[in-house]
Ligand binder design. Structure first.
Ligand code: HEC
Length: 195
């Protein structure tokens, strides 16, 4: 019911009538108009900020960036060098072939082409000076044992080649085999001949 006291003078009756129902020509409330025009202004700013000029990062783009970051992290993790990855590499013929090339170019002078040792220790027996895990050897190859005549190869070979060459050494070993830690390597040439 319309309260006649509330009726504004500009609330003229609209001329049409539907099934006897008539409407007042009421102005839309100010708060309602404000939300409407506000939404329009917001839309233009939003469109300009995110779409036309690309200042903002859309949720889709943010997601894509996050996914790319995760993929990079996963790749980095997959490329992480550890005992497991080196053991795995030691059964990979391609990596071993590459490791053999590096070994023959840089290591044979001291470790002999069959890896049985000369100036440097035998790398195919189960005796180790610095530990019998692939990462132990990786560390020795990377940092060297300068005082004992084993050069540091890290800077020269880089991670990939060092991984391959260590994998090549460990292709002569079995995971879980017995490891004997020895204090020094006695080159065969200076083993005293039998009396
Ligand atoms: C100039 C001689 C020389 C060259 C070249 C050389 N090594 Fe060595 N290497 C040594 C000596 C000497 C030791 C023993 C160090 C010690 O007594 O602590 C050694 C130790 C090692 C060990 C540790 C063995 C153990 O028992 O713990 C590994 C692994 C190794 N070398 C790998 C390599 C690889 C791979 C290359 C080539 C990239 C290489 N070496 C090149 C002299 C050499």
């Amino acid at each position: 019911m319309i309260d006649p006291a509330n009726q504004q003078p500009d609330d003229a009756l609209r001329p049409h009538s539907y099934d006897g129902i008539q409407e007042y020509d009421k102005r839309l409330p100010r708060w309602w108009l404000l939300t409407l025009y506000g939404a329009m202004v917001f839309a233009v700013i939003y469109w300009g900020y995110f779409h036309a000029y690309g200042f903002g990062v859309l949720p889709v783009q943010a997601l894509e960036a996050e996914m790319a970051k995760n993929a990079a992290l996963a790749a980095q993790k997959a490329g992480e060098i550890n005992d497991e990855s080196l053991w795995k590499m030691s059964t990979d013929p391609v990596a071993n072939a590459a490791g053999k090339v590096t070994f023959e170019a840089t290591c044979v002078a001291c470790h002999k082409p069959d890896l049985t040792g000369l100036i440097g220790p035998n790398l195919v027996d189960n005796q180790w000076i610095h530990g019998g895990k692939p990462m132990d050897s990786f560390k020795t190859v990377n940092e060297g044992v300068l005082a004992k005549g084993m050069p540091a190869w890290g800077a020269m070979l880089g991670k990939q080649k060092m991984s391959e060459v260590v994998a090549y050494i460990f292709s002569f070993h079995k995971q879980g085999e017995e490891v004997v830690i020895v204090p020094v390597w006695t080159p065969p040439a200076i083993v005293a001949p039998p009396q």
